[in-house]
Design a protein around this ligand. Sequence first.
Ligand code: CMP
Length: 137
Amino acid sequence: MEQTLSIIKPDAVAKGVIGKIFDRFESNGLRIAATKKLQLSRIEAKNFYAVHKERPFFNDLVDFMISGPVVVSVLEGENAMQKNRDLMGATNPKEAKAGTIRADFAENIDANAVHGSDSLENADTEIAFFFASKDIS
Ligand code: CMP
C-alpha cells in the first residue's frame, strides 16, 4: 500500500485544528500509519527543505517551519501521495479549491497549514527523514 508524508505546519497546530485535519485524512481513505508532534530545529528544517535552498522564499520558509511545533505523519492508502495532495489543495490557499485543507485552514502561501510529499520518491525520502520503519504500522 502506498505511503506519503504529511506535515501539519505551525499555523494549523497553533489554531488547534490537528484533529480536523486528521479527520480529512481518515474520512478519505488515508490511514495514519505513524504520527508525532515535534519542534523542528533550524538545521532539520533546512535539511528537510534542502531542495528549495536556492529559492527566494527559503529563509522565510525555514523561519516559519521552526516558529512552533509541527505534526508529522505517515499516511497510507491507495494513491496516498496524490490523494493527500488533492485533499490539501493548491500551495497558495488563495488558489485552493473550496473544501480543501488549505482553503479551509490556511492563511497565505507561507502559513499554508500542511505539507505533503510531491512524488513517490520524495515520499520515501521524507518518511525516512522522520520515522524508522519499526515505528510505522
Ligand atoms: P510546501 O508544500 O511545504 O513546500 C515548500 C513550501 O514553501 C510551500 O509549501 C510553501 O509554504 C512555501 N512557499 C513560499 N513561497 C512559495 C512559492 N512562491 N512557491 C512555492 N512554495 C512557496
